[in-house]
Write a protein that binds this ligand. Structure first.
Ligand code: GLU
Length: 408
């Protein structure tokens, strides 16, 4: 089953009673932009690359969502991701629709100059469909504040005046917000805290496993470690590490920063990425790509809770198995919404030409995330449904109200 089919299965499984016309709208993108753009490589040869921007829905506000640079990017994946962005923004109640983009490339194979030329050429190729009031890209897998700075600079050159609000996740020096780089991990921790009494978890007993050690994975691992939890296993695309007494997360973050990959300090066991999924733990935190929790994994996983920091990590069949086995899933559109929430705050600051202190950004994001988490807890309790179904209900109700207005 493709990622997009999985996303549509989730929508169907949410058991929603909305106007069929609204439902039909939510099953379709409003616009799919597919570009092939040229990049001059360091050896002087021009190569073409394939990029996408999918604008799923803008009934609530401008399309919003990241840009992914990854060899696995294709239109099916970007459609699913833009659909999830639409629900995510509606769920946390920020004035954005949903979109997503990507380029099919492994950025690790490019020099810094090639990466800059690729980013600028891609920005030119999609420049007429983005804009602060139209569609606002942001970082995602393998895209960084530096890449966002290049996008914002290229777009500003095209329109002829500085337009930082065209993308979020920029560096602080170029109009980025305090707290944006750690926002996804931070948001996930805030959501976990809001669910904690319901889950009956505390640092003395709950152990943590984190799959994926990019921006979000590192931050959520660091936060759990900082709050006294034993983070017993982490992985990146190169391999996994395990220590049942808890890993030294700050040391691993340093190693990853210096060498670009995880490697084992003393008293740490290297294990396969496959076996990481089966380590007994309190909370399993997928923080990499979609579709990693498949039925076989769901049957065997020995976690009590899954905190979905990645987008779409659990397939629909796996979801039903987890539900039967009593494994609690805190769904992606809630758990990872901290990133887009601080993106919204960055966009706000850019539009009114302000730069808020970190404390102010964090206070606002915490309030937004706590409200959303509470709404999901209440909805799930009221209707005896899963947290994913509850999150979909809240999001779709808000979208339905906005979409209905467009049909008049
Ligand atoms: N890529 C992030 C996500 O999937 C952030 C999107 C944004 O900030 O617009 O939620």
């Amino acid at each position: 089953m493709s990622v997009f089919d999985a996303a549509m299965r989730q929508l169907a499984a949410s058991d929603l009673s909305v106007d069929p016309a609204v439902f039909e709208r939510l099953k379709r993108a409003q616009r799919i932009v597919d570009v092939e753009f040229p990049v001059q490589m360091d050896n002087g040869i021009t190569q073409f690359f394939h990029g996408y921007r999918v604008q799923w829905n803008n009934a609530i506000g401008p399309y919003k969502g990241g840009m992914r640079f990854h060899p696995q990017v294709d239109v099916d994946e970007v459609k699913a991701l833009s659909f999830w962005m639409t629900l995510k923004c509606a769920l946390v109640n920020i004035p954005f629709g949903g979109g997503k983009g990507g380029v099919k490339i492994d950025p690790k194979t490019l020099s810094r100059d090639e990466l800059e030329r690729l980013t600028r050429s891609f920005t030119r190729a999609i420049s007429d469909v983005i804009g602060p009031e139209r569609d606002v890209p942001a970082p995602d897998v393998n895209t960084t504040p530096q890449i966002m700075d290049w996008m914002s600079d290229e777009y500003s050159k095209i329109v002829g005046f500085p337009t930082p609000a065209v993308v979020t996740g920029k560096s602080i020096a170029h109009g980025g917000s305090e707290g944006r780089s750690t926002a996804t991990g931070m948001g996930a921790y805030i959501v976990f805290k809001a669910f904690r009494s319901h889950l009956g978890m505390d640092p003395e007993t709950a152990t943590i496993t984190v799959q994926g050690f990019g921006n979000a994975g590192q931050e959520i691992a660091r936060l759990f470690y900082h709050h006294g939890y034993a983070v017993v296993a982490v992985s990146d695309s190169h391999g996994a590490l395990h220590n049942e007494n808890g890993l030294d997360i700050p040391a691993l973050i340093e190693i990853k920063k210096k060498t670009g990959r995880l490697s084992a300090p003393v008293s740490t066991r290297e294990i396969s990425n496959e076996s990481l999924l089966r380590i007994p733990c309190g909370v399993f935190v997928p923080s990499a790509l979609e579709g990693v929790i498949m039925p076989e994994v769901a049957e065997e996983i020995e976690a009590k809770v899954i905190l979905e920091v990645a987008n779409g990590p659990t397939t629909p069949e796996a979801d039903s198995i987890l539900q039967k086995r009593g494994v609690v899933v805190i769904p992606d559109i809630l758990a990872n919404a901290g990133g887009v929430t601080v993106s919204y705050l960055e966009w706000e600051q850019n539009r009114i030409n302000e730069h808020w202190e970190e404390h102010e950004v964090m206070t606002r994001m915490e309030a937004i995330m706590r409200d959303a988490a509470q709404a999901v807890l209440d909805m799930a309790k009221k209707h005896t449904i899963t947290f994913r179904q509850a999150a979909f209900h809240i999001a779709v109700e808000r979208l339905a109200a906005a979409i209905a207005k467009q049909y008049v």
